[in-house]
Design a binder for this molecule. Structure first.
Ligand code: AMP
Ligand code: ZN
Length: 114
């Protein structure tokens, strides 16, 4: 059994507010939102980070972004705009080592990158 928080969320062992799921990805609301919309979109397959991607994962990564686009529309923030962020490793601020795409929006972003 995978000892990973997000794998446990996918398996339904840890509760979360799932907003979308299909055979490849699951999306749920961040437990500590930084904006009115803050959704995490993750592959159902455990991939620790972007550093662990293999060529066979390329279509899966495309699917993560396609889900983000659809969720932005569903959340009503497609036109006002949003940010998609993937943190990688210690300097990138990655806290959970199961690849995730942050979809953040609903107010004007205050913080510049970096
Ligand atoms: P990162 O720093 O990019 O690894 O982001 C990890 C994110 O996971 C943070 O924004 C956390 O608030 C979020 N998070 C941690 N635990 C949970 C949980 N149980 N359910 C939903 N989001 C979580
Ligand atoms: Zn995992």
């Amino acid at each position: 059994m995978c000892d990973c928080l997000f794998c446990k969320i996918i398996a339904g062992e840890i509760p979360s507010e799932v907003v979308y799921e299909d055979e490849q990805v699951t999306a749920f609301r961040d437990i500590n939102p930084v904006a009115p919309t803050h959704i995490l979109i993750i592959p159902n397959k455990h991939i620790a980070s972007i550093n662990e991607l293999t060529p066979e994962d390329e279509s899966l990564v495309g699917h993560l972004f396609a889900a983000a686009k659809d969720l932005a529309k569903q959340e009503g923030i497609a036109e006002s705009g949003y940010r998609l962020i993937i943190n990688v490793g210690p300097h990138g601020g990655q806290e959970i080592y199961h690849l995730h795409l942050h979809l953040i929006g609903g107010h004007k972003m205050r913080h510049p990158m970096g």
